[in-house]
Design a protein around this ligand. Structure first.
Ligand SMILES: [Zn+2]
Length: 895
């Protein structure tokens, strides 16, 4: 079965017969192609009759063999064969090579960069009047698209890289330090006999994994700053930005300076290089990529402008510290194979999360993380519910890009978080320090990572690793509390439901008992670890009966949680009093969930008066933080009770009913709150305060817009026209676009004219278009695709329009919507696989859909499997086939 589903398995990553010691590379950039010459110093680890290098979509000009230590003129041409299927260059040496012998292989090759296959060297958007802009992306297997190489994370080696290109380029960039022997002034020198070309040589003295290689040629402006470590050592920070946009990098530069020192103080890591560069790229399938000293970040996240939404700004903070942390976790200590990729990412995300919690309110940050966990299209819980994926350490893959998903990044980070909770912060820190010391400048796999924590803690983590890493799924935990007055004891029973004879997860549950005044009862705060199917914990000798137990604080484990015997009154009390603010939000969301499920199971039933009254109290609570208030008042389409997670049309109707009930009762209070909030949206107090207030503003706009009256349209238009930030503008414009206001199409057209020249502004506009609720949303999206400035291969624009559309549940869960997804997955499979994969996620829910929807989605999936080539788009094909298989499995079980 595995052989059918995956192209690569762990067994494929056998020890090498050969190792790379050094590469001497020369790369020459031309208008439409790139030439490369490489001399690789190799060492045979076993006797060799042929040499295999990775090479993909390359034209090979020559291959020569040279004994170790002999001069270049001794190189002699040898036979070779390019295996296009396996992406290998097979070289026959002049004689069998014994184990231990060193030798050199010289190759000359050519690649033709694409403008949509964003791997290896590719064509990025060129600034006006400049020569062709070239970027590179080598993770995972991009290097083999540049020149023949051993393209494997374990093949770490030193390199000298010479880049040559048009003299008009402002920068020719590769890894390492500029060679003063070749470039005495530290800048490119003219190529003798070619006055319009120049060249520069870099020397990279630290062995580096091939996926971190960078070779780019482009035109940028430069913003330079410095950061000094407490030791007095200074590193130079460079931001390479599109011409004329230096100003937009000032805030990101400040964030970077802060992040470098924060990493030093919190991770004990000091960057060893002289220069750390951040390079703006327009097209990329990723937000950013660490390339040892040369981080590439997509321009709309790298720069902050008037068009930057708060979500962008938060992402900018996160991606800057994330990519910088990769210097340690990933570049210095590297995963062994793609199966260990989560090691590079999960800990790096964990560091990024701590930085965010230090720079913003920790509860706000945790609420955002939990939203990402529960995201119905891309979140790991939804992926797992679909049943086709979910194990962090995969069984196999068709394309390493598949590993770049929320299972690796979000579930992986949750697993790290749980490991810390269970071991305690001190032991966890000792384990991670051991890991970075033991594997410095080397590679490590998942077992070796855990061994470090076992050594630090003196306990076995075999069960934790097996259950959380190597199999899919999450625990579904239910709690029951019972207070016994005579013995003054509270009994807490935790139970986890597992499928069949599956072993239970080790689950850390953070708890405390809380009194009627909203204070924790002394000595009751604890991290309980549920290791079996059912366990009982006792809190004895309590001074008085607790008002409630605050359980699973800050979502302490990855999974779903419910309390069996918690009545609405106790939840209401918790929503008002729990000192853990995350759990206040969660308590109110649980009450909302109960109303939502009533609307699903008995459509049209009255919304509870008690819930509405509590809603009103929260709306007018002056002491609640804006972020908590926003998260409590926001009525999601997603239920907490995951049994209903795939009931899409019903969830949309339930949300409409709840929002209508809120609007009917509180229209005046919502409007008052809105007017009171508006002057403070650009908070003079702090960035954090401004972001939180704007989050609340967006929630209020949605609730007020339910009324859809001329007065409301007037309010929204005023909010749009007088907005001072992009977040306000987009919230008001989205609400207007969804309303019946007659001027909406004209306003959208005006907005297009104003915003489309800036990539961030354009993306914001496209998101508004794709969030429409009128039937014309389909023709509007189609029209945007046809506009001359739009490009389906442009990841930022494509994502803004198409992924937003896929998240428009109201429209997608219709016959038209399902057909739209089907067509776009097929259309994008070969030109933008990253977006196609995300759109296809819509169908991951297929086994859990109601029969009529399941039938429609199955037909769409069958058509995708039929029309997407397994050979050229194995990852899309494999994903669709896996959904079909999981659907069939489910149908058989049901029958
Ligand atoms: Zn990363």
């Amino acid at each position: 079965m595995n052989e059918k589903r995956f192209r690569y398995h762990r067994e494929d990553f056998v020890p090498f017969p050969i190792t790379m010691e050094h590469m001497d590379i020369e790369i020459r950039f031309f208008d439409a192609h790139v030439e490369a010459a490489n001399t690789i110093a190799l060492k045979a680890l076993e006797p060799l009759t042929h040499i295999a290098l990775d090479a993909r979509d390359l034209e090979i000009r020559s291959v020569r063999f040279r004994p170790h230590g002999s001069p270049p003129q001794d190189a002699r041409a040898v036979p070779y064969r390019l295996d296009e299927q396996q992406h290998k260059l097979l070289i026959v040496p002049p004689r069998p090579i014994p184990a231990g012998e060193r030798f050199l292989v010289e190759t000359e090759s050519l690649c033709r960069p694409s403008d949509h296959l964003l791997e290896g060297i590719y064509k990025d958007v060129t600034p006006p009047g400049a020569p062709q802009q070239y970027m590179s992306q080598c993770q995972q297997w991009g290097f083999q698209r540049i020149l023949p190489v051993i393209d494997d994370c374990r093949a770490k080696c030193t390199m000298t890289t010479t880049l040559e290109g048009d003299a008009r380029y402002t920068h020719l960039i590769s890894n390492g330090n500029i060679s003063r022997r070749h470039n005495p002034d530290g800048v490119p020198v003219p190529v003798p006999g070619h006055p319009h070309r120049k060249r520069i040589t870099y020397h990279n003295p630290v062995p580096m994994a091939p996926y971190l290689f960078i070779a780019c040629a482009g035109t940028w402006d430069e913003l330079v700053d410095f950061v000094t470590y407490p030791s007095g050592r200074t590193i130079r920070l460079e931001y390479l930005v599109p011409p004329g946009r230096r100003h937009d990098a000032r805030l990101p530069m400040d964030i970077l300076k802060d992040a470098v020192l924060w990493i030093y103080h919190n991770q004990g890591y000091e960057y060893p290089g002289e220069t750390y560069r951040t390079i703006c790229m327009t097209k990329s399938n990723y937000g950013g990529m660490e390339n040892v000293g040369n981080t590439t970040i997509v321009t709309d996240a790298a720069l902050v402008t008037d068009h930057s939404l708060d979500s962008h700004l938060l992402y900018t903070y996160a991606v800057i510290v994330h990519e910088f942390e990769h210097n340690q976790c990933g570049s210095e200590t590297t995963m062994e194979t793609p199966f260990d990729m989560w090691l590079n990412e999960a800990y790096t995300v964990d560091v990024e999360r701590h930085y965010m919690a230090d720079r913003f309110d920790p509860t706000f940050v945790r609420l955002q993380q939990v939203d990402a966990l529960r995201n119905p299209l891309l979140g790991p819980l939804a992926i797992e519910d679909g049943g086709a994926a979910g194990a962090i350490v995969r069984q196999g893959f068709n394309d390493p890009d598949e590993l770049v998903d929320s299972v690796t990044y979000v579930k992986g980070a949750e697993v790290i978080r749980m490991l810390r909770l269970m071991l305690g912060a001190k032991t966890f820190d000792a384990g991670i320090r051991l890991y970075f010391t033991r594997y410095k400048n080397g590679n490590a796999n998942t077992d070796q990572f855990f061994q470090c924590f076992e050594d630090a803690a003196g306990v076995s983590l075999a069960a934790f690793k097996k259950k959380w890493l190597e199999r899919p799924g999450y625990p579904k935990v239910t709690a029951r509390t019972l207070y016994d007055a005579p013995s003054r004891t509270l009994t807490l029973t935790l139970r986890q439901d597992t499928a069949g004879d599956e072993e239970p997860f080790p689950v850390p549950v953070d708890v405390a008992l809380v009194d009627h005044h909203g204070r924790d009862l002394e000595g009751t705060a604890a991290t309980l670890v549920l290791t079996s199917r059912e366990q009982t914990f006792r809190f004895a000798d309590l001074p008085f009966p607790p008002a409630f137990a605050s359980l699973n604080r800050d979502a302490s484990f990855y999974g779903s949680f419910a309390e069996e015997n918690r009545d609405d009154d106790t939840l209401a009390l918790q929503a008002l009093k729990d000192p853990n603010r995350f759990n206040r939000v969660e308590a109110f969301r649980t009450l909302t969930d109960r109303q939502r499920i009533l609307q699903i199971t008995s459509p049209g039933c009255a919304v509870s008066d008690a819930w509405l009254s509590l809603y009103g109290r929260i709306l007018t609570d002056a002491d609640l933080s804006s972020a908590c208030k926003a998260c409590m008042l926001r009525i999601d389409e997603q239920p907490l009770d995951r049994r209903y997670a795939a009931w899409f049309p019903e969830l949309v109707r339930a949300r409409d009913a709840l929002m209508a009930a809120v609007n009917a009762r509180y229209a005046a209070d919502l409007t008052a709150c809105f007017h009171e909030l508006r002057p403070s949206l650009v908070s003079p107090a702090s960035l954090q305060d401004g972001i939180e207030k704007r989050l609340l503003f967006s929630v209020l706009v949605d609730l007020i817009a339910v009324a859809d009256t001329p007065e409301v349209h007037g309010m929204l238009l005023d909010a749009f026209q007088n907005a001072r930030t992009a977040t306000e503008r987009c919230a008001a414009l989205t609400a207007l676009h969804r309303s019946s206001w007659p001027g909406r199409l004209a306003l959208l057209e005006e907005t297009y004219a104003l915003w489309h020249r800036d990539v961030t502004g354009y993306a914001n506009y496209l998101k508004v278009i794709a969030s429409g609720r009128h039937p014309d949303v389909w023709s509007l999206v189609e029209r945007e695709k046809e506009r001359p400035g739009f490009d389906l291969t442009h990841p930022t624009l494509s994502r803004a329009l198409l992924v937003t559309m896929a998240q428009n549940t109201r429209q997608i869960w219709t016959e038209d919507g399902i057909d739209w997804i089907r067509r776009h997955v097929i259309e994008l499979a070969s030109i933008n696989a990253g977006i196609a994969r995300r759109l296809l996620n819509t169908f991951q829910h297929v086994p859990r859909l109601k029969p009529e929807w399941r039938r429609r989605v199955c037909l769409a999936l069958e058509d995708i499997v039929e029309r997407v080539s397994e050979k050229t788009n194995p990852s899309i094909f494999g994903q669709a086939a896996a959904y079909l298989e999981s659907c069939r499995r489910h149908t058989v079980l049901e029958a």
